[in-house]
Design a protein around this ligand. Structure first.
Ligand code: SF4
Ligand code: SF4
Length: 708
């Protein structure tokens, strides 16, 4: 197939970005061949051909030659290509046995920034080892240093140890493993589609009440339906089976079949029906909590005939719930006939698989097949169905709370952090909307700013791992280009909260609120700059033309990163390392030497040229600057005398964001509020002093005259 033209790919990228389409480009495909799988799974196992219905290799065993597949091996990318944090789906090799138990999980390919560099691949390899021996029938979730700890394990719940600083990534791994394994289990192991994911009803622990069959029937605990000969005859009207049953014509009102159904697992039903001794036997037999039903027929028709093989599904009966068939199998229990309840033509205890998705609390349909034959040699057989709609008594059941989706668990675990950061954002928003009170006293502004930046660095950055990064932009592009959507953002609630605030603040204030207050690496640079001034290191202010020229480099870098994310994703993975955020914030300077040298070098440059990285290198800052052009208001007040003759603010602005003519360059402004305090303080603002002495009013420059 010819490679798509550059123009076509560009159109696709733009289309995806504009429309947010989830299905723009082809899905990803697996990496391994049958030979690769055979190398991993050797004798006595044998690897079959990759299946057509579901992308999995069946495993058979020499030790169980007649057992059919004893397991399945598959690549997660074939079945659940969920984009990772960096935008590209990971690929995990998963093996499950025929019961849905995990045999092995191996990381084949991953692009998570924190596991590529930073922590390295080992913690992820250790994480996936935890799946071994766990079962798909369990609720498998991931613990996090921020909440949802292992203490949440119990019952059917298994909590895997998460990886600190990589919680979002390992949650995506868990989703990929489970979604892929469930796809195979549903296709090959008869696992039910859980639909809306709600767990089935469980039997309420009610006090036992002794009841006879009549009471059980009256309460609806045992349900019954009967058909007369005439009703069955009517069913066959117009078919080859019509008129073949002589007794139906001679005794039309006689009962043809009476069907009884009861859900045995509820003690109120099971113990009353089976009797105390058999109930104990039944409980021992049913330790795995499979749903079990007592099904009996009375009359001329029998649920099973003499050819029925005990322990197999009864061929005349089918069970369906919400139109999904559920296989019932004879439990081969000799106490199914229930002495004392009259003569049955047949009575069986039937069980469904524990993971078949049957909900005993919801109505279900038991369908019985009735056959008639015309002729003795090569008879023509006609079949019709009669049904019993079994509506369980709601008073017997409780519904356990529905498990939260993985991404919502991530939000739940981070609620305290989100609350703290939310309060901080509200405080910052309030200060930026009404900056006078905080900024007019230089000492108060200094302390407030220092305190907030310390919170940003220590809490948002190093503790809550909320450093926004260019990886989120390149990851979003990659994911959209690959048709993967942006769901991975949901797994990182702290970043999502900061992204939401930043997007709003871009339209209100420009890039300043993020770059000046919320960027942990930006805060670290501020502290380095502060320390450098305290140590009286020389501070170099670049000539404006040179600064302007150098700052354009940020845009070139941004274009290179965005372009490579769309057209050369592998290169983008390396290029994003221009950002020292992962080294300095995500892993707290615990990285290989070249990355350390780069991060420390940038901080040292910032010791001599204030916020060197922000102003001349940062591609995220460039993206935010472009986004900041959406800003609707010029917040920083200016007066006629700004720039001419007074240049106090221009000199005070450490970001060189005030031009010689007094206008604010919002592209460079970090909203530090220094000039705001200066403007409002008539003891510090030169023109105010001048006009005040002359008893005149200062001409205020209209807000929109500040150069956007
Ligand atoms: S320019 Fe970059 S490093 Fe600086 S504050 Fe903004 S995002 Fe952070
Ligand atoms: S001093 Fe400079 S960076 Fe600070 S708010 Fe004023 S213009 Fe912006």
């Amino acid at each position: 197939m010819p490679a798509p033209s550059l123009l076509a790919r560009l159109a696709t990228v733009l289309g995806c970005l504009l429309l947010g389409s989830l299905a723009c480009l082809p899905a990803t495909a697996g990496d391994l061949t049958k030979a690769d799988i055979e190398r991993r799974f050797q004798r006595p196992l044998h690897v079959g051909e990759k299946l057509r219905e579901v992308a999995a290799w069946p495993l058979t065993s020499e030790l169980k030659p007649d057992a059919g597949p004893v397991g399945y091996v598959f690549e997660s990318i074939d079945l659940a290509p969920i984009p990772g944090f960096e935008g590209t789906p990971m690929n995990l090799l998963v093996a499950i046995d025929s019961e849905g138990k995990f045999l092995d999980v191996e990381v084949l390919r991953q692009h998570e920034p924190v596991f590529l560099g930073g922590l390295g691949p080992l913690p992820l390899q250790e994480f996936v080892k935890q799946y071994q021996g766990k079962s798909l029938k369990q609720e498998i979730t991931v613990s996090s240093a921020y909440g949802n700890t292992r203490s949440g394990a119990g019952g059917n719940r298994v909590v895997l140890d998460g990886v600190t600083k990589a919680t979002a990534s390992v949650r995506i791994v868990n989703q990929s493993v489970l979604a892929a394994a469930l796809a195979v289990a549903r296709s090959r192991l008869g696992f039910a589609d859980a639909g809306d994911g709600a767990p089935p009803a469980v039997v309420k622990p009610l006090p036992f009440e002794r009841m006879d069959l009549a009471t059980l029937l009256q309460r609806g605990y045992v349900q019954r339906i009967a058909f007369s000969n005439a009703e069955i005859e009517k069913l066959f009207a117009g078919t080859e089976g019509a008129g073949t049953d002589e007794r139906a014509s001679s005794h039309p009102d006689e009962t043809y079949v009476e069907v009884f159904v009861a859900y045995l697992n509820a003690p109120t039903i099971g113990r009353n029906l089976l009797g105390d001794a058999n109930w104990e036997k039944f409980r021992t037999y049913m330790l795995d909590d499979r749903p079990a039903f007592w099904v009996a027929t009375r009359g001329r028709y029998a649920l099973v005939d003499d050819n029925f093989v005990p322990g197999t599904p009864p061929p005349r009966l089918a069970l369906a719930q919400s139109e999904l068939p559920v296989e019932l199998r004879d439990a081969n229990r000799d106490y199914a006939r229930l002495p004392g309840f009259g003569e049955f033509s047949a009575a069986l205890i039937l069980t469904a698989q524990a993971h078949a998705g049957l909900d005993p609390g919801r109505p279900m349909n038991f369908q019985f097949t009735v056959s008639r034959a015309r002729g003795f040699i090569l008879p023509v057989v006609t079949q019709k169905q009669v049904s019993l709609r079994y509506v369980p008594s709601t008073g017997l059941f409780d519904y356990p709370p529905k498990p939260l989706p993985e991404w919502l668990q991530a939000w739940q675990g981070r609620l305290p952090d989100l609350l703290i950061i939310g309060l901080a954002l509200a405080l910052l928003g309030g200060v930026l909307l009404r900056p006078r009170a905080v900024s007019i006293h230089p000492q108060i502004l200094f302390r407030f700013r220092l305190g907030f930046l310390a919170f940003t660095l220590l809490f948002i950055g190093w503790y809550a791992q909320g450093q926004l990064s260019i990886v989120q932009i390149t990851g979003a592009i990659k994911s959209l280009v690959a048709g993967g959507g942006l769901k991975s953002f949901l797994y990182d609630p702290v970043s999502l909260l900061l992204i939401a605030f930043t997007l709003i603040s871009l339209a209100v204030w420009g890039r300043g609120p993020f770059c000046g207050w919320l960027c942990p690496f930006g805060a670290l640079q501020e502290f380095v700059g502060l320390a450098a001034r305290a140590l009286r290191l020389p501070q170099w202010r670049m000539p404006p033309r040179l600064a302007l020229l150098l700052s354009r480099g940020r845009y070139a870098l941004l274009a290179l990163l965005v372009g490579s994310a769309a057209f050369a994703p592998a290169a983008a993975e390396k290029l994003v390392e221009v950002e020292p955020f992962k080294t300095a914030i995500t892993v707290g300077f615990q990285r290989e030497l070249p990355f350390l040298l780069w991060a420390v070098g940038l901080l040292l440059a910032g010791a001599f040229v204030y916020k060197f990285f922000c102003r001349f290198v940062c591609p995220l800052g460039a993206a935010l600057t472009l986004g900041g052009r959406l800003r609707r208001w010029n917040w920083l007040p200016r007066i006629e005398a700004c720039g001419q003759p007074c240049r106090k603010c221009e000199i005070a602005c450490q970001y060189d964001a005030i031009r010689a003519d007094g206008a604010i360059d919002y592209d460079e402004c970090h909203q530090c509020l220094d000039c705001v305090g200066l403007y409002h303080d008539e003891r510090r603002c030169g023109p105010q002093l001048f006009y005040a002495r002359k008893g005149r009013t200062i001409p205020i420059r209209p807000l929109n005259s500040s150069r956007p």
